[in-house]
Design a protein around this ligand. Sequence first.
Ligand code: BG6
Length: 471
Amino acid sequence: MEQPHSDALVFFGATGDLAYKQIFPALQQMVKQGKLTVPVIGVAKAGWNLDQLKGRAKDSLEKHGGIDDDSWGKLQGLLRYVDGDYADPATFKAVREALGDAKNPAHYLAIPPSLFGKVVEQLVASGCSSGARMIVEKPFGHDLDSARELNRILHSAFDENAIFRIDHYLAKSPVQNMVSFRFSNSIMEALWNRDHVESVQITMAENFGVQGRGSFYDATGAIRDVVQNHVFQVMTNLVMDAPSRNDSESIRDEKVRVLKAIPPIETANLVRGQFRGYLDEKGVAPDSKVETFAALKLRIDSWRWEGVPFYVRAGKDLPVTALEILARFRKPPVTSFTPTQKIQNHLRYRLSPEIGVGISLSAAPTQKGGDRTPIELVASRHPKPEEMEAYVRVLGDAMAGDATLFARQDYVEEAWRIVDPMLKADTPVYPYEPGTWGPKEVDATVKPEGGWHAPQAEEPDDMHVLSLDDC
Ligand code: BG6
């Protein structure tokens, strides 16, 4: 059925950090692409007026990608502003008035999840919810119970197909490309299972700290901030079975099937860390035990993956910013051709900053009597994709009613179920030096056989590089 396009965007949290860094640049881009022609109503409790909001938007654009005069001019004409408390009915009366004739507004909650309930209640009470869509930012909830409660609140006023839970990783083209790469390369699928893969590791590393987001981060931590959502989205794309159809529900069904096969992570398979200096960040409690780093091991009890350990590592203030997957294949059996030191094949999939695929092989010795050496064939594409595109895509799709790139209720709840015991357990948080690969305890507790692979800041030049136009 044809979905009506949203005829207004109501944007809660308009004066916040996410708006400044991501949303205004995305809105300008959407205007430029002709995807945004409807009123954009910013809502916040900041004591501001419309001119102040425009000033903030302008500043945001100058700092994040630059102003496009024509699009900025149009965006200014679309902007409205409502200032007020989210618990105050008067705020929502003003939103209703600003909506004018709009019948299918999209309400975008770029606010802390603790405020979702209040806002939904007020949207319903003020008549702003009828015919509307809800776009909600991650993290969706704080744990399994709160996610269920949020879903209950949202479902009290909106159907599931009117709820769009954002995970901007889903809109990143490298994350999407993983799926087509897997299912359009038959050699890949033939090897992609427990018979051939020994272990898989996923590293999401960032070489910066909390960047002024101390109070958000200190209420969140690495597991909630990126593991339960971004890393799990990457992982489910990496391991799911081929969907029977290409529609959003079939794809989301397969991803949920993966999560259902993952038992809750035991605390014995988790190491949490905190970079030295975190406690001095503004907004961080002086005795905070919040993790800025997590390394964990999980298993997928499915026909395809049973017995293959999956290792995940994510953190702030690590040596590089990169997102990489490394799958090690089982070693060859002993034959007269096998070197004493067996070389293990791997597939390395780099999603960020560049896109790349590396396949390691054992190559002939360069000298007579020498040893075979490991080489890596790499196909990579530079430069990295435009970061901002993800938000342009998610906001555009949500306003058009296309749910493919959004997390469904059952997915979100399954993801929380897996991490819930870790969140509740009072496990130690080990300090680590900024610029290192996390606390030393990782190697004693959560270490893949063959060790952690350390992604490089850039694909180095001295590898055997086979550059393909498209990988
Ligand atoms: C956000 C997290 O969701 O994702 C941040 O809150 C993190 O802490 C960011 O830095 C990473 O996203 P990207 O697109 O910069 O890789």
